[in-house]
Write a protein that binds this ligand. Structure first.
Ligand code: NAD
Ligand code: TDX
Length: 339
């Protein structure tokens, strides 16, 4: 069986590729990635020569190229991770979010229809539900919670979800959607909270905490997200949305303090900066449906996962330093020519 996985040179997509190559030794993976600023082909270097893996540098918005690739590869399953994923960038420059996250999803689904795929899976986010108030800890996002977005990023993801559900209803495309909470773990681009704070700590640079640092996110170790998507691909019901999260709510400031403590750095590095525009207060997922239907539960406790992640960044300094210096862009060019 051939899986076509988009956005595989990014954070979650690369972890998913490693997971799938290991968990499904009979299957093949074709990875499509444009290698935007967020794509790092060095991450996939260990599997570039694997006969069960093929990397194709391609923009998911390039309709002709995507259609031709689907005709050539005839994938049975498509998993779409490719997206512009950083909320702050969507506030600075929304346009590319609309193109990749909405139009790109449309192109992939048209190609999936034409190829008659057995499954199209859309990787979505808990941000489509908007936010919850801090004084109502009893409230959680369920799959029935109305979409109520705050940023151009989350709006573009919600639009893609609606488009996917419409392709299921109108054309019978076998769609599933997962809406996951904040991920952390290896290979996360150092613009996101946890890797940014780790890399700044290691350079003794200020740690920019937005507002008062009281915003709450529901953190899940990336491997648990990958396992959840795999479960949905195997046994999920088409036309369904599955929330993915581990009931692990943390205030930003507590995460940043924890990172300082673990790295032996002073909390005096913490600098409170101007808040993000439209900053969502609290995300909290109710994962009851995926647990009841597919038996999924997170396997990694936050206390273990965060220490493992901090150590991963300590041990893979080359990986993120090459991003900070910009050298990874040359590596991307060199490796793209090789594949
Ligand atoms: P990322 O930014 O690390 O990776 C995105 C990848 O997509 C990059 O490799 C990039 O080169 C590629 N890409 C971007 N535009 C493309 C295009 N037009 N054509 C082809 N490839 C393109 O993102 P991530 O954090 O790994 O997120 C992956 C997916 O998971 C996204 O859809 C995101 O919305 C969703 N998600 C992320 C989180 C999280 O905490 N990071 C949580 C829930 C859902
Ligand atoms: O420098 C920072 N300082 C800070 O206080 C950064 C980068 C972030 N923050 C805060 C903003 C958020 O409350 O930390 C929290 C986490 O921020 P991000 O890492 O940017 O993640 P978030 O905005 O929550 O979105 C993430 O989770 C959901 C991913 O980037 C999305 O792709 C995913 O859909």
């Amino acid at each position: 069986m051939t899986y076509l996985i988009t956005g595989g040179a990014g954070f979650i997509g690369s972890n998913f590729i490693f997971h799938m190559l290991e968990a499904h030794p009979e299957d093949r993976i074709v990875c499509v990635d444009k290698l935007t600023y967020a794509g790092n082909l060095a991450t996939l270097e260990p599997v570039l020569d694997n006969p069960r893996f093929r990397f194709v540098r391609m923009d998911i918005c390039d309709r002709e190229a995507v259609m031709a690739l689907f005709r050539e590869e005839k994938p049975e399953v498509v998993v779409n991770f490719a997206a512009e994923s950083h909320v702050d960038r969507s506030i600075e420059n929304p346009g590319v979010f609309l193109e990749t996250n909405i139009l790109g999803t449309g192109v992939l689904m048209d190609a999936s229809r034409a190829a008659g795929v057995a499954r199209y899976h859309q990787v979505s986010t808990d941000e489509v539900y908007g936010d919850l108030p801090l004084d109502r800890p009893d409230l959680f996002f369920t799959e029935e919670t109305p979409l109520h977005t705050s940023s151009p990023y989350s709006s573009s993801k919600a639009a893609a979800d609606l488009l996917a559900l419409s392709y299921h209803r109108t054309f019978g495309l076998p769609v599933t959607i997962s809406r996951c909470s904040n991920n952390y773990g290896p290979y996360q681009f150092p613009e996101k909270l946890i890797p940014l704070m780790i890399s700044n700590c290691l350079h003794d640079r200020p740690l920019p905490v937005y507002g008062e640092g009281l915003n709450v996110r529901d953190w899940l170790y990336v491997e648990d997200h990958c396992i959840a998507i795999d479960r949905i691909l195997q046994d999920g019901r088409v036309g369904q949305v599955y929330n993915v999260g581990g009931h692990n709510e943390m205030r930003n400031i507590d995460i940043v303090r924890l990172i300082c403590r673990e790295l032996g750095k002073p909390v005096s590095l913490i600098t409170y900066v101007t808040d993000r525009k439209g900053h969502d207060m609290r995300y909290a997922i109710d994962p009851a449906k995926i647990h009841a239907e597919l038996g999924w539960l997170p396997q990694t406790r936050f206390a273990d996962g965060i220490v493992a992640t901090i150590h991963w960044y300590l041990e893979h300094r080359d990986w993120w330093e090459s991003i900070l210096s910009g050298a990874y862009r040359e590596t991307n060019e060199a490796l793209s020519v090789r594949v």
